[in-house]
Design a protein around this ligand. Structure first.
Ligand code: Z5A
Length: 208
């Protein structure tokens, strides 16, 4: 099989961690190499940019935030994603360009045409399959509160920010039904994982 790019998206507390682990296991069980990564991050340069972006000590202007997200992504695509896909590996990414449309476009109000232009010019690839873990904003927030720990710069945004993020994700999923699988992430963890792996199995069957 040729290389594939699979992304997992969602608002805060959507439960990406357990879903990423289940997807990885399902692909590896087919004896396919999996390269797991995350955004922003995934390379030394990208992880340094991530630290800058999430540090609550910084006030970052929205356009600078957008460009930093794409700087990390441009590095990731060239250093990790393209080489992995070229050798036939499957890349599993915790977020990809859709997050910039949702957070910087929806959350910060940046024109989506600008985001699309950066995607076209500096990324050039889209995931083959994207799981959108959709959860009520308050429910997701409560999960993170239960997890504890310090909130990063973006997690400190207000509820209306995350409502806009959620709406843009859902709009993107509706506009690209062939790529997106919207999963009810408000359900219990085992049910979420079952729904994701069933959808993954169906997608893989369609590819082979
Ligand atoms: N960002 C951006 O603005 N623009 C971009 O282009 C990109 C990203 C790429 C960092 O991303 C931030 O960057 C993120 C978006 C922004 N900011 N926010 N907010 P990240 O993906 O690393 O950060 P995150 O979204 O905050 O990830 P997270 O906190 O790890 O979320 P999660 O993956 O959903 O967390 P989890 O550990 O899987 O689950 C959270 C808790 O809920 C945990 O205690 C679980 O046990 C519990 N949980 C999970 N599922 C369930 C269910 N089904 N029921 C009950 N409890 C559950």
């Amino acid at each position: 099989m040729s290389g594939r790019l699979i992304s997992v998206e969602g608002g805060e507390g959507a439960g990406k961690s357990s879903v990423m682990a289940a997807i990885r296991a399902a692909i590896e069980s087919r004896n396919v190499e999996v390269v797991q990564t995350r955004e922003p991050g995934g390379t030394a340069v990208g992880e340094a940019i991530r630290a800058l972006l999430l540090d609550p000590a910084h006030t970052i202007a929205a356009p600078a935030e957008l460009l930093l997200m794409f700087a990390a992504r441009a590095q990731l695509v060239r250093e990790l994603v393209q080489p992995a896909l070229a050798r036939g590996a499957w890349v599993l990414s915790d977020r990809f360009s859709d997050a910039s449309f949702a957070y910087q476009g929806g959350g910060r109000g940046i024109d989506s045409a600008l985001v699309a232009e950066l995607e076209r010019g500096f990324v050039g690839i889209k995931p083959d399959l994207t799981f959108l873990l959709d959860v009520d904003v308050r429910q997701g927030h409560a999960r993170l509160a239960g997890r504890g720990g310090v909130r990063d710069r973006i997690e400190r945004e207000r509820e209306d920010f995350f409502e806009r993020v959620r709406q843009i994700y859902l709009q993107r999923a509706a506009a690209e039904p062939a790529r997106f699988r919207v999963i009810d992430a408000g359900a219990e963890q085992a049910a979420v994982v079952t729904a994701v792996t069933a959808a993954l199995d169906a997608a893989i069957a369609a590819w082979t």
